[in-house]
Write a protein that binds this ligand. Structure first.
Ligand code: TYD
Length: 134
């Protein structure tokens, strides 16, 4: 089974430009409780490097691009987020890293819950241990 699940997003729009819609429990498979975005990521700086115990997220570059690397403890896959209609699900217990941010990249993330540091697994070795005993 692929680690990469794309959301079914339609690009609406006309000669004026593009418009993409995200709706709770419709094309977003959860109730969105938090939205955050990463901007001005410095050249060569990767981010992420964690998994979540319960949190589910959707990620999309609304501008620019970055390389999303995902890992379930057994398989690794990567995907370029390089279009505003190319949103992916970051499921719980998926180690994820974002690399190669383009200049002016805006990475938008929708999350199924509020920020909770206790939900983070920030050590890759701990992530593998938890996977092993799951
Ligand atoms: P961090 O998890 O290190 O970012 P990333 O994994 O994308 O590299 O988050 C950076 C800081 O922001 C860290 O101190 C936690 C804080 N933070 C919040 O307070 N609320 C949030 O919703 C998020 C995502 C992070």
């Amino acid at each position: 089974m692929s680690l990469i699940t794309f959301l079914d997003l339609k690009t609406l729009g006309d000669e004026r430009g593009h418009l993409v819609v995200l709706e709770n429990n419709k094309n977003i498979p959860f109730d969105v409780k938090r939205v955050y975005y990463l901007t001005d990521t410095q050249p060569g700086v990767p981010r992420g490097f964690h998994a979540h115990k319960e949190l589910v997220q959707v990620a999309v570059c609304v501008s620019g691009r970055c390389l999303m690397k995902m890992d379930d403890g057994i398989n690794q896959e990567e995907v370029w987020l390089d279009a505003p209609n190319k949103a992916i699900i970051i499921d719980k217990m998926i180690w994820h890293e974002m690399h190669d941010f383009s200049q002016h990249c805006v990475l938008l993330v929708l999350a199924s819950d509020f920020y909770d540091e206790a939900d983070y697994i920030r050590e890759y070795s701990s992530f593998l241990e938890i996977i092993k005993h799951a």
